[in-house]
Each structure stands twice: as C-alpha cells, then as structure tokens.
Design a protein around this ligand. Structure first.
Ligand code: ATP
Length: 367
C-alpha cells in the first residue's frame, strides 16, 4: 500500500516538518504534521477551504510561527528566522505587485533592497524576465498587463532572488479556466528549467494531479496521505482522499484478513494487500471502486474467479466519449462509467447486469 504520511526517508529534504501544529485561539489550523519535501520536487498541498494548507505554507515562509514542532529547510532549523532570512520566496494569489512600478522595477525590487550591484541586478532581472517570457514588456505597469502576465511578473520577482524553495499560494486561482490551463503548463516547464523545489497550495485536484511530482492531501488540519498523483488516485488509504481526488463508489464492509473484505451484503472479495499499520484486521472499512474501473456485462458473462455484483440498470447517461450507468443493487447503487465505443454493447434501463472488476482495480480505505 502507498506511503501514508510524509514521514522520514530523506535526510537532505528541502523542507522537513516534524510534529508541526498551529493553534489560533481555539482553532487548530494545523495538527501534528510530519512531511518531507525533496530537493527539486514539485509538491502540492491539496485540500478543501479551511483544511490548513495555507497556514502550513505560511509557516514554511516564516509568515506564521508554529505552535509546536520542528521545521527545517535544507537541514537548518528555521523556527526563529524571519521570512527574509529564509532561502524561500512566496508567490501570492493576488500577485502583490507594486502598481506604480514598471515590470522591470517590480522584478528588481528585492535585489535593490539587498543592495546587489547594478550590473548584477540588470543581468538577473533580464534573465528572470526572459524566463517567464515577458521580454518586451519591461516598461509596462501592472495595470497594463493581463492577469496571466501579472502572475508571470510575480513569478519573476520571486525567482530573481534565487530562492532554494518557491512557495506558491493558489497562484492560478484568479485566472480564467483557459489561461489557468496554459499557465499550469508554463509553471511546470518553469520548474523544470530552474530545477528548484516548488511547494504549491491548491484546492483544485485536477491542478494538483497535472502539476505535481507528489501531493499531500489535508483535511481538518491533518495531513491524511502523501503520494504521487498515481498513488493517490489508485491507492487512496482514506475515504476523504478517494472522494476528493476523482469520484468513487464505496462498498461498506469489514477487513477479514489482509487480502479479504467481507462486504455488508455478506459477499467476500479479494483486495490488494492492506498494510496492517494503516488498517487492522476486524476494522470497518470501505472498498473504493472507481466508476471507470467497473465492467458491466450480462449476469452469466463474469469471467471465472472474479467477484461480481448483480443489479439492474436504473439510469443511462450519454456523455459523448463515455456512458454513465447507475446500477441498482438490492443494497446500494453503483455508478459505472464505460467508454462509448461501437464494440461495447450499450445497456438499457431495466437490463439485468453483473458488475465485476480486476482485483487490483480497487482500494480499501478508512471510512
Ligand atoms: P483556504 O483555501 O480557504 O485559504 P486553507 O486550507 O488554506 O483554506 P487555512 O487558511 O490554513 O486553510 O485555515 C485553516 C483554519 O485556520 C481555518 O479554520 C481558518 O479559519 C483558521 N485560521 C487561519 N488563519 C487564522 C488566523 N490568523 N486567526 C484565526 N484563525 C485562523
């Protein structure tokens, strides 16, 4: 089963959190988080509004002080260091550009404050502006730029300081869908070009899947699971994660042994090996079954050796490239999504059908 937390493994992590919590008055915004983010990684903190992802990012940035725990950046304890003494820069959702300054002056600002010499400043500013493809627009002010262009300037302004870690707080949220998709692609290219660690906060699961090397899903201040996009989709360990990343059916049951679940209708099914550190034998569990991983066939057609569910088609919805069936069992409804292809027989409402799946197409999750 997949890695469950962001726990230890890499002694040279770019960012390392151990037992990090943040309590505001009576709200525990971040609750005992352990996480290692590797050097050069594009890491997304994903979760719904209020889950604690921004507070986690702000603690890495030095904009909030942890209530408990240890926070290291490249092995150095940064707890007491103010933001400008950390090797990080933050790009905010609202860009936070200086409206009265040109693009060039906005990008140069940090270097001038640090009194970097003029020739070096000019060279690095030109390099950063070219990196974000804003050459030719150096003299414009933010009001004369589109949202996407302003976001590029914000990126250049952060990158010109050569941070070891770039923190991004929902940087694309203010852009419309098409531009957001273009910028996603550019952001990923940019990260490859500069090769530094990006830590990215988002509530958008598609954005997290598209951009990240690894994702950490948070809820209620806790880090529920960390893994690659494929691991998070294929092997969620928690119902919240399975539901937040993609869609799923959940069959209730009990873990009978590490590879068998007894479903609430009495059927026993084979499941991928369950890690006993994550879920113990005898625990109530749910089996996550992705709609596109369920096969529909006539009741007598289920291949030998596979678990099956018998049901009747309740609704058929044509979506162009796929067809969605709601199949009514006598104990629950299962949503199934099949490709719309001429070689696949289309089912009709009231057809008696059987549903089956490959043993490795499901995941056992905590309820
Ligand atoms: P969003 O996507 O809406 O920004 P988030 O997942 O980033 O949400 P946080 O901003 O980290 O969540 O907030 C986590 C919790 O901590 C929320 O309940 C929030 O109201 C609370 N919180 C955040 N900052 C403060 C603060 N300065 N004072 C009091 N409570 C706060």
């Amino acid at each position: 089963m997949t890695e469950r937390s962001g726990s230890p493994s890499n002694s040279h992590a770019a960012v390392s959190l151990r037992g990090i919590s943040k309590i505001f008055d009576d709200v525990t915004a971040v609750d005992n988080v352990d996480l290692d983010i590797a050097d050069g990684e594009f890491f997304a903190l994903l979760g719904p509004s209020g889950c604690g992802k921004t507070t986690t990012l702000r603690m890495i940035a030095g904009l909030e002080i942890p209530s408990a725990g240890s926070l290291q950046i490249f092995g150095e304890e940064v707890g007491p260091l103010p933001p400008n003494k950390r090797p990080v820069n933050t790009v905010f959702q609202n860009y936070a550009l200086f409206p009265h300054m040109s693009v060039e002056d906005n990008v140069a600002f940090g270097l001038r404050m640090r009194k970097v010499d003029k020739a070096e400043t000019a060279r690095r500013v030109a390099e950063a502006i070219s990196l974000v493809r804003m050459g030719g627009m150096e003299a414009r002010r933010p009001a004369q730029l589109s949202g996407g262009q302003q976001q590029r300037v914000a990126l250049a302004r952060a990158l010109v300081n050569r941070p070891k870690v770039l923190l991004l707080d929902e940087p694309l949220a203010a852009l419309d869908l098409k531009l957001r998709q273009e910028m996603q692609f550019e952001l990923k290219q940019l990260q490859r070009e500069v090769g530094i660690t990006f830590v990215f906060v988002t509530h958008d699961q598609e954005e997290a899947l598209a951009l990240s090397d690894r994702i950490g899903v948070m809820d209620g201040g806790r880090l529920l699971q960390v893994g690659t996009p494929e691991e998070m989709y294929d092997a969620p360990v928690d119902r919240f994660v399975a539901d937040f990343i993609g869609r799923s059916n959940f069959l209730h049951g009990t873990l009978e042994n590490s590879t068998t679940v007894c479903l609430s209708n009495g059927d026993r099914i084979n499941v991928p090996v369950v890690d006993s550190d994550v879920i113990a034998v005898g625990d109530a569990v749910q089996v996550s079954l992705r709609p596109e991983r369920v096969m529909v066939c006539d009741p007598h057609e289920v291949p030998e050796g596979h678990a099956r569910l018998q049901g009747r088609v309740a609704t058929v919805t044509f979506l162009g490239n796929s067809i969605v069936y709601h199949v009514q069992l006598d104990w629950m409804t299962v949503v199934v999504e099949t490709d719309h292809r001429p070689d696949l027989r289309r089912r009709a409402v009231d057809d008696d059908v059987a549903l089956w799946w490959r043993d490795d197409a499901i995941a056992v999750v905590r309820p």
